[in-house]
Design a binder for this molecule. Structure first.
Ligand code: XBP
Ligand code: MG
Length: 254
């Protein structure tokens, strides 16, 4: 096992409630009479990428208005407002990392193992979310980053994982990915990366066939995972556990 690759939204932090509030705040600010509730947003999350999600909703909600040459400009403008609202909500430590994330990233880096990010979210969201937990130089903690700014085609396509693997110079089979959604699992598996899934309330009903493990979160020594962790692991996921799972994945016995 040569590197860990983390998804962002739903995996590093449980961010989608903040994204949802930011979308609704943007609709109100620009004067759109749209409102996305939790149930609708859970369905819309099947479309990765905020701009793609907006266009999908517009076409479903009001097809006539959703055509035309300016639709792209309008989507970009609404999404820029949404991104500002999101950054205001999660910046300055407004949203904590999920259990085990900081611990595992620190453990990997102390062991000299590269850690990367493969996300479909907007680059500005990464700065807003990660500056507080990892400091202003947070980008230096990650050996490779692929996001909506570097990679156009969104999950479940494998593009962000293939970009990260290219930057790392590694084969997907020699890494482990961490995801929260079926889209993310499909993207990582399509790039050949064994994947640990930690769903959130927004993705708990997704299908996770082919995951190395599906866990409520990565756990902490002081807050172990309540459900059984595969393979005699302690109540939290550490590098020893991941290496064992990775060996089983390579041997086809996971
Ligand atoms: C999840 C997404 C993103 C976010 C919203 O990304 O699909 O679109 O929902 O962020 P991840 P943007 O791959 O990290 O799970 O509005 O910036 O797209
Ligand atoms: Mg995600």
């Amino acid at each position: 096992m040569e590197a860990l690759i983390f998804d962002v939204d739903g995996t590093l932090a449980d961010t989608e409630a903040a994204h949802l509030r930011a979308f609704n705040a943007a609709f109100a600010e620009v004067g759109l009479d749209w409102y996305w509730d939790e149930a609708l947003y859970t369905r819309l999350l099947k479309v990765a990428g905020g701009k793609e999600r907006l266009l999908h909703y517009w076409r479903v909600a009001d097809l006539e208005c959703a055509e035309g040459s300016r639709i792209g400009e309008v989507i970009d403008a609404v999404h820029a407002v949404k991104t500002r609202h999101y950054a205001a909500r999660v910046g300055n430590g407004g949203l904590p990392l999920r259990p085990g994330i900081a611990r595992l990233i620190t453990e990997a880096q102390a062991a000299g193992m590269p850690v990367a990010i493969a996300t479909t979210t907007t680059p500005a969201n990464l700065d807003a979310l990660l500056c507080a937990p990892f400091g202003p130089a947070w980008r230096k903690r990650f050996a490779a980053i692929a996001d909506a700014g570097t990679t156009q085609i969104k999950k479940p396509a494998p593009d962000v994982y293939l970009d990260v693997l290219r930057q790392l110079g590694l084969n997907g089979a020699n890494c482990i990915a961490f995801e929260d959604s079926a889209n993310g699992l499909h993207a990582a598996r399509a790039a050949g990366v064994p994947t640990v899934v930690t769903p959130t309330a927004y993705t708990s009903h997704d299908a996770f066939d082919g995951a190395l493990a599906v866990l409520p979160h990565l756990g902490e020594p002081h807050a172990p995972i309540s459900s059984p962790v595969p393979g005699e692991a302690p109540g939290w996921v550490d590098l020893v556990t991941l290496r064992r799972w990775h060996r089983h994945a390579l041997a086809g016995t996971a």
